[in-house]
Design a protein. Structure first.
Lengths: 258, 260
């Protein structure tokens, strides 16, 4: 309720941090004690120290490197194709108000479908290699990019365009100095959403059916019941995901710079 | 001949949209019939026939039923836990300051990363699918509930208190109406998440359920049936999404009405 979110006093802030630390420490302690006592199957919950050891081993041995490269290639390729086709299509459609009204509901409707359902079709066409992941990532990233490009360029206030035109703006000049700056933040938001979605769906696709990639690597550990290694890889993957989030945040800040 | 009618229709977006879709299907039909390899691509007419076909297949119908029940279960769980935890976090100081940041961090972690973990604990059955759907669905609902109860104007609460409202009155007449629109937005987002989670898990498990049939149809080179199954699944997702959207607009009306 209102008032709940008001800033805490100094004492309150310390209490909150103690609570959080206690929670995290308590969980880790329970984990450690439970696995040390031998009551919990090692297949279900590996010892905390074992996970930490595996994590260090993974970083030292670097055997994830091949798979990570495959995944990075897939994400970059999918994003590049989606960004190019999405921005181009979006821009062309945005030149006609009527076409925007025709296509917007259609594209928004398709965007709401969980695209992962078409993955079996892509596996049929492109096989288990990187191509099917690229196709999946492209499809998922295309929709937010095209929709945002359409609304970005379509939403430039007519009065601005008219003013620029009356001052002699046309062609490339008009695009570079009027349309692009006005549309850019919206387009960038679409690109960001597209990038994150394609990254996640590619990991998901690798888990479903693949023989390479970071998603496959982790699911292999689960299938082989290498629980400690699996936990370590999950920590690794979450770290990568957080880095992607960080990158995304930086991009967001850059897009909103004055 | 078509002079006065066709141009008139072509000024309506809905008609143009329909004609685009028709054109797309027509080209697909032509290409699939005369050029493409029938082992990989099926024309829309064959897909339409295959929809009837697979729906009358007991195994496929059963798999779809199971998937739907997993979606409903995961969504219901997300809703119950999301509302309960959201109220606890949104309405109490200790909950808000102690846990809301933790929730936001968990919301930000991509759920695919924990899929192997869930798989390990819940196996190949419905447990994995429901749990994976739930972890996708619960966070948007929880965050929306917190946002909803945070949005209440303090003035309303003070006014209610000064007029002698009891706690349950405040809840019924102030908290609840503020909660509802935001909750339904959360439900729409949560449903999207649940669909992704359940379908991804279903496709992963190739020994039974929908994953079994997608694997079988693609390995057996039955593209019409594979297309049909994908189409039915997509249709199911669209219908559930639309349902949520309708409910959302219906229940958010009171708030929008004041703004216009």
């Amino acid at each position: 309720m209102a008032g709940v979110s008001e800033p805490l006093s100094r004492k309150g802030r310390i209490a909150v941090w103690l609570l959080r630390l206690g929670l995290a420490g308590g969980l880790l302690l329970i984990w450690h004690v439970a696995t040390m006592s031998g009551r919990v199957s090692i297949l279900m919950l590996p010892p905390l120290a074992g996970v930490a050891r595996q994590f260090v081993l993974i970083l030292q041995a670097g055997e994830f490197w091949d798979d990570l490269q495959v995944t990075i290639f897939e994400v970059v390729a999918a994003f590049a194709i989606a960004a190019l086709s999405g921005c181009l299509t979006g821009y062309l459609v945005s030149r006609s108000r009527f076409q925007v009204r025709v296509l917007e509901p259609l594209l928004a409707g398709l965007y709401a479908v969980p695209v992962i359902v078409v993955y079996p079709l892509y596996v049929l066409y492109f096989g288990l290699g990187p191509a099917s992941k690229v196709a999946l990532g492209t499809t998922i990233a295309f929709f937010p990019i095209v929709l945002n490009t359409m609304s970005g360029f379509g939403g430039v206030a007519p009065i601005i365009v008219a003013a620029a035109r009356s001052m002699g703006g046309h062609g490339w000049n008009m695009f570079r100095h009027v349309l692009l700056p006005a549309a850019f933040p919206v387009v960038l938001a679409g690109l960001r959403i597209g990038f994150v979605l394609s990254f996640l769906s590619i990991i998901g696709g690798e888990m479903i059916a693949s023989y390479q990639g970071i998603g496959r690597l982790i699911i292999n550990q689960a299938e082989a019941m290498n629980t400690a290694t699996m936990y370590a890889y999950i920590v690794f993957l979450i770290a990568i995901a957080l880095m992607v989030n960080l990158l995304d945040g930086l991009l967001d800040a850059w897009g909103h710079r004055p | 001949m078509s002079g006065p009618i066709a141009p008139a229709l072509m000024t309506r977006p809905a008609w143009v949209r329909a004609s685009y879709i028709a054109l797309f299907l027509f080209i697909w039909e032509l290409l699939a019939r005369f050029y493409a390899d029938p082992l990989f691509v099926a024309p829309p007419s064959a897909v339409a026939r295959a929809v009837v076909d697979i729906l009358s297949d007991r195994g496929v119908a059963r798999a779809l039923e199971v998937a739907l029940s997993e979606i409903v279960t995961a969504f219901t769980l997300s809703l119950i836990v999301g509302i309960a935890a959201g109220l606890l976090i949104g309405l109490t100081r200790i909950g808000y300051h102690g846990f809301f940041k933790i929730v936001l961090v968990l919301y930000g972690i991509p759920k695919v990363t924990v899929f192997p973990l869930i798989l390990l604990y819940f196996g190949l059955g419905a447990g994995t699918k429901i749990t994976f759907g739930f972890v996708h669905g619960v966070f948007p609902i929880l965050v929306a509930v917190v946002a909803g109860v945070q949005n209440i104007d303090p003035l309303l609460l003070r006014a209610a208190a000064s007029m002698g409202a009891k706690r349950r009155h405040v809840f019924r007449w102030i908290v609840f109406p503020h909660l509802v629109p935001s909750l339904f937005t959360g439900m729409r987002l949560g449903m999207g998440g649940v669909l992704i989670g359940v379908i991804l898990a279903e496709l992963y498990v190739s020994a039974l359920g929908i994953g079994y049939y997608t694997t079988r149809f693609s390995q057996g080179f039955q593209p019409a049936r594979l297309f049909a199954l994908v189409a039915v699944l997509a249709l199911m997702a669209i219908l559930l999404n639309e349902l949520m959207r309708l409910v959302e607009t219906r229940f958010s009306r009171w708030r929008l009405a004041g703004r216009e």
